[in-house]
Design a protein around this ligand. Structure first.
Ligand code: FRU
Length: 464
């Protein structure tokens, strides 16, 4: 194992592997009270390597029990790249042994990218299907990250696969034999880059209509800001997706860089998403020692009407924090009121929630005794800014330290007073504003824990 850092950044309530590397969340399935999380994994070092799938389970999405390695690289077919999972109700695949099997669909990454499946009857041991790949490919250079789900419209299985600059839709009756039903994307790909990790699901809009949400992670060249997750709103006719509710600008899931390859669970009665809390531009160099890579908090997604139109709102699943109002600071009469802190609070540790109720523009600083500080700002121009340029260690990567990756901005979707929630867990800050329609997820590496929260501007600060 390589040693990259000088302190323990292992988060308390976010999934990180026992050792080694993780990236994308894979195979997210909910069954009988248990959330199954798999992830792209290299167990032998804290950097990317031949990809396995690691498996963990949780009853509350906050405490995770490691279940070991579910998928290994295959001598013939290659590494186990990203994919998804379903419970095969009715055993349509015939791979069940007295129970409905859990079937994982993933990309075998060898000379070409092809889709394979593996199954489990006990939810711990997974066996690759002997007829893999179930979706062969010997021409497309990029063909990966299958998202499989039960298609209620056509009463069959549907899978979406990312194929470079577009998506392919395929259907099956048994998860083994697939037929192509459609494509989406060349014209809609506003951000450019290579498509990765698609997801698609229906949500009920505030007007009662069903709107399909299509999620796409885009791998962009690093100097321009890699790792953006974009979403589209529209219609699924059972065969393919059509964007019917376009937006004037690309809809971005998160203004931070540390929520990549985000996908949702199959099998739950609400839409719950998890993303990889890092970005390809700098992930290899994170100063975290025996492990590298964490997941974001899970977030429940809904559709809401905003001043910027119909948008996804994310509500994080977090521990219960007992928020207390910070005591307002007595101001000397001659103080420069614009730089005078309004309230200061001691932080309770490295796992906390800070909330600002801002009357208008304001600034929150989370800082330590070394003067390192993470700044969350609501600007005059009604933008959320997260500034991690002085938040802690950043010399490990030129990209991480670059302005593009360290000062991030997102426009509000409302105006007037704002509530800003900052959830912090050791090395990740997840910021939510305007009812979860404005989000920023950012990893930081403070040399010492933050101890103080300081509010500048008119408003109230709560910490718990
Ligand atoms: C996304 C991704 C996927 C691929 C996996 C490899 O972050 O590049 O497209 O399957 O990571 O680890």
């Amino acid at each position: 194992m390589s040693t990259k850092g000088n302190r323990d950044f292992r988060p308390f309530r976010h999934y990180a592997p026992p050792a080694g590397w993780i990236n994308d969340p894979n195979g997210l399935v909910y069954e009988d009270g248990t959330w199954h999380l798999f992830a792209q994994h290299y167990p032998h070092d804290a950097v990317w390597g031949p990809m396995h799938w690691v498996h963990a389970t949780s009853r509350d999405l906050l405490t995770w029990t490691d279940q070991g390695i579910a998928l290994y690289p295959d001598d013939k077919l290659g590494m186990a790249f990203s994919g998804s999972g379903v419970i095969d109700r009715g055993n349509t695949s015939g791979l069940g042994d007295g129970v409905d099997p859990m079937v994982l669909m993933y990309t075998s990454h060898g000379e070409y990218e092809q889709q394979s499946i593996a199954f489990s009857n006990d939810r711990v041991h997974f066996t690759p299907y002997q007829g893999n790949p179930v979706m062969p490919n010997a021409e497309k250079p990029d063909f990966r990250d299958p998202k499989v789900f039960y298609n209620e419209i056509k009463k069959c299985w549907t899978v979406i696969v990312a194929a470079g600059d577009h998506l392919e839709f395929h259907a099956s009756d048994d998860l083994i034999h697939w037929r192509k039903t459609g494509e989406f994307g060349q014209k809609a790909n506003r951000l450019g880059g290579i498509y990765e990790c698609p997801d698609m699901f229906p949500l009920t809009a505030p007007d009662g209509s069903t709107v399909w949400v299509l999620i796409l992670s885009l791998l962009l060249p690093a100097p321009y800001g890699s790792s953006r997750t974009q979403y589209f709103l529209g219609r699924f006719d059972g065969d393919t997706f059509e964007e019917t509710i376009p937006a004037p600008y690309p809809r971005i899931l998160d203004s931070g860089y540390d929520n990549y390859a985000a996908v949702t669970f199959n099998g739950a009665d609400r839409r719950v998403m998890i993303g990889w809390g890092s970005a390809w531009s700098y992930a290899f160099f994170e100063p975290t020692n025996e492990f590298c890579g964490i997941m974001t908090y899970a977030r429940e997604l809904t559709l809401v009407d905003t001043e910027a139109g119909l948008m996804l709102a994310a509500k994080p699943v977090t521990p219960d924090f007992d928020l207390k109002e910070a005591t307002p600071v007595e101001k000397p009469a001659d103080a420069d009121r614009f730089w005078q802190p309004q309230a200061i609070a001691e932080l309770p540790g490295e796992l906390f929630h800070a909330r600002i109720e801002a009357e208008d523009n304001c600034r929150l600083e989370l800082s330590n005794a070394l003067g390192e500080k993470l700044v969350v700002l609501l600007t005059n121009e009604q933008k959320l800014v997260v500034d991690r340029s002085k938040a802690g260690q950043n010399g490990f990567s030129e990209m991480f330290a670059d302005g593009l990756y360290s000062v991030m901005t997102a426009p509000r979707t409302a105006h007037g007073p704002a509530v800003i929630d900052v959830y912090f867990d050791r090395m990740i800050a997840e910021v939510f504003m305007d009812g979860g329609t404005v989000v920023n997820s950012s990893i930081v590496f403070p040399t010492e824990p933050y101890t103080k929260a300081k509010l500048i501007g008119r408003g109230k600060l709560y910490v718990g």
